[in-house]
Design a protein around this ligand. Sequence first.
Ligand SMILES: [Zn+2]
Length: 463
Amino acid sequence: MQFRCVTFHSTFPRCFSARPGAAERDIRRRSRLAAAFALLAVTACRAVSTTPSGVAPSEPCCLDLGRRIATEQRVGAIENRRFNHAQYWVALAPSLRSKALRTTPVGASTHGRALRAITFGSGPTTVFLWSQMHGDESTATMALADLLGWFALADGQRDAARDRIASQLTVVMLPMLNPDGAELFQRENAVGVDINRDVRRMSTAEARVLKAVRDSINPQFGFNLHDQNARTLGRPGNQRVGIALLAPAADVTNSFGPVRSDARLVAARIRAVLEREIPGRIARYDDTFNPRAFGDLMQAWGTRTVLIESGALPEDADKQRLRRVNVIAILSALNAIATGDFKNESADTYTSMPVNSGSAVDVVIRGASLVIPGQPPVRVDLSFNYDDALRQGRARVREIGDLDEVVAFDTVSAAGLFMHPAPAMLAEQGGKRWLRTGTTVQMTLRRGQDATSEVVREFGAKP
Ligand SMILES: [Zn+2]
């Protein structure tokens, strides 16, 4: 059994400045944060076991419970994956009135939007979860809202798993770390910086807040919650990845010390549970050490860190099914940490996962003859991607030519047929026409070379 005393900074980190000249506000913010975390410090500074041992799970957990929470506690005010800071905190308000939750201002974004930490439980092991540091990656932010509804339940509505988490863990959530990015549904923050590449320079207000909260609570476990490219494939198998997991490397040698090894077992537990919810759709994220990324550095700083990346599932354009998967994943991990049962997982459950490897295109049309007026037809394959891989609105041409090795989610066999781009797809100069990659797709697949022949299928907006 390993004993560990969580240490806190005697002076609060002086890095909350969202804007130059905000020193006074900083001091006030720091005082509030320091006071709010004081209680946490008292409990967490006891000498405690970071790996509670000999505690067997008292009931099966947490697939069924997670499914139930995702349904019964679903925050209905958040209906799709595009919501902003104001909408989110209004949606959370009913849960945050619970005495079981403590909300702490921890700073502000570049544009001055409040960043808040929400704390549940008063146990000896501190777990830190932060979401949406990329503004267009909101799936886990939705799941945290649903879990907060469960944490907020009144006495008499609780169950054993919730009480166990409350007594064994201090769970600190920092949802929507990049609210300015969320406002425009873009990856970067308000000055165009990717916060997850800012860990060395700490040039962004949001990165400084994340680091300061981490330093103030010194969590034994951390969850770095993201959405990955929705077109990512897992290999072998070439299946579209629903959830990618990673215990990020803590150094360039990619070694597994005690901290990362524990994180690997927590990830293994998540995989084991999720294989029963989305079988075959879980993969491992690229584990190359990135010295600019928070997950890797969190691991190096001693926090057992797991990256959860939500990808895509069929028929899930607004990621509501993946939201439910996140609830199950996070709940299972929290419970396994609270019981210490993650130690019973096998590292092989982690290492045997398929691996994120390349990506598919949305559509490939194979073997058609491309008809550009004034030129002889050319036999080609043509691929295109929708601007939004999940909502499938506007699409753009990605590649034209021999695409035999390209994997697509939708393959159209068009041998013997003719592709007719609409005039709007063609650039024209000096009476000559070009079809270029990147052009918005607007074309028909027809039986003949003649532009009036029978239409087999249309792509994009109607010509
Ligand atoms: Zn991300």
